[in-house]
Design a protein around this ligand. Structure first.
Ligand code: SAM
Length: 215
């Protein structure tokens, strides 16, 4: 795994593009400028690694578009030390961005080959995270509560268990909609337990499967 000046240059251009598209969180931009996204793709697809688009990672799944990763991470309002649960590990790229920011990450993937591959890769790259294989729509009650929860697959509705496992003042970011298009939602749990919801535009994710997902 080589991370050359050429790769760093490509990442700097990507960071500039994301800033032009409206990403302002400096910690997010710094993490995107740091994590070698080409490690998450087959070496034959290097040219695709730093384009702002999603890309197939096998098992019918995708590594999310860099803008989507940046947008969701910015909405999540993360900082060093926060405990974050990610549903949908996929390639592990989003997970590594959170780890690079200094979050304590718990990540769940339902497909065993992706779970194994991403765990191995992040370990090689030196990013610390806790990997689980299972149905993320049920959350991870054994480690709850979480300061932040991020869902990186399109849900038909907000999974109740995830809201339950959110700390007071916690934030959940989740795309919710039909199979084609989802609205990005940010839920904030107030100290009283009341949950407020804000909407942030349309996105298109692979489906969230499982108990509170699509069949
Ligand atoms: N965050 C990923 C990344 O950085 O590469 C992108 C993930 S991809 C868009 C969505 C992932 O969610 C897929 O790997 C899919 O297998 C996974 N997924 C779907 N339903 C799930 C569930 N109920 N629990 C855990 N993972 C799930």
């Amino acid at each position: 795994m080589e991370d050359s000046y050429r790769h760093k240059g490509m990442r700097n251009l990507l960071v500039r593009k994301l800033a032009e598209k409206g990403i302002t969180d400096q910690a997010v931009l710094k993490a995107i400028g740091t994590v070698p996204r080409h490690f998450f793709l087959d070496p034959a697809f290097l040219e695709h690694a730093y384009q702002d688009k999603a890309f197939p990672i096998g098992e019918g799944q995708t590594i999310s578009q860099p803008y989507t990763v940046a947008f969701q991470t910015q909405l999540l309002s993360v900082k060093q030390g926060l405990k974050v649960l990610e549903i949908g590990t996929g390639s592990g790229y989003q997970c590594s961005i959170l780890a690079a920011i200094g979050c304590r990450v718990y990540t769940i993937e339902r497909m065993k080959p992706l779970f194994e591959q991403s765990r191995r890769l992040l370990n090689q790259m030196g990013y610390k995270a806790n990997f689980y294989c299972g149905d993320g729509t049920l959350g991870l009650p054994s480690q709850a509560p979480y300061d932040r929860i991020i869902v990186t697959a399109g849900a038909p509705a907000i999974p109740e268990k995830l809201v339950e496992q959110l700390s007071p003042e916690g934030i959940l970011v989740i795309p919710v909609g039909d199979a084609q298009t989802q609205k990005m939602l940010r839920l904030t749990k107030e100290l009283s337990g009341h949950v407020s919801i804000q909407e942030f535009g349309n996105f298109s994710f692979v489906p969230l499967k499982g108990h509170s997902g699509w069949n």
